[in-house]
Write a new protein. Sequence first.
Length: 196
Amino acid sequence: MQFHQLPPLWKYSKIDLVVWFTTFISVLIFGIDIGLLFGILALVFSSVFRNTRQTSELQGRIQSSEIFRPVSKYSTLTGNLVDHKIYRLKGSIDYASSETLLASLVQKGTIILDFGAVSYIDCIGRNELTKMFKKFDFVALCNVSEDSFLNLELGEIIDLENVKIYPTILDAIAMIDSISASTATSGISNESFTPV
């Protein structure tokens, strides 16, 4: 890597830059063999750090589109939020990250969770999800991978009455809005109404 590539690397990934500097300084101080070993160790630690760092980002919809982006990175989305809180979960939901992840979610009656970037759910993460989902009136899960679905099924999360799975965020929003509209206008739910 050339020195002129460092500023773009700083903008792209500070963690990768730290790995590069660790390797560079180690090679200067300890020689090529030991320096490269330090570089490999730094790379392994950075991979572990990235995989255990779970994040959740509040999503907003780009006006007149089907695209959702993080509100924190796109200031134009702040006034464009739907009535529901939509979060994209990234990384694994495990013993190391589940409590901090779930504490970051805003407690609201209805919540939509995009599981598209969830790589793994362990048994402690499942237990935390179950506890958290019981606090909400309605939880919509979207973009759930097959592995995540199996973990949710094993934890009997899918069997909770307030948890539903949808293929996309837009499907979840449409279903929630139609349920809200039908109960608000008629005063009865669709399930209890049977034409004679």
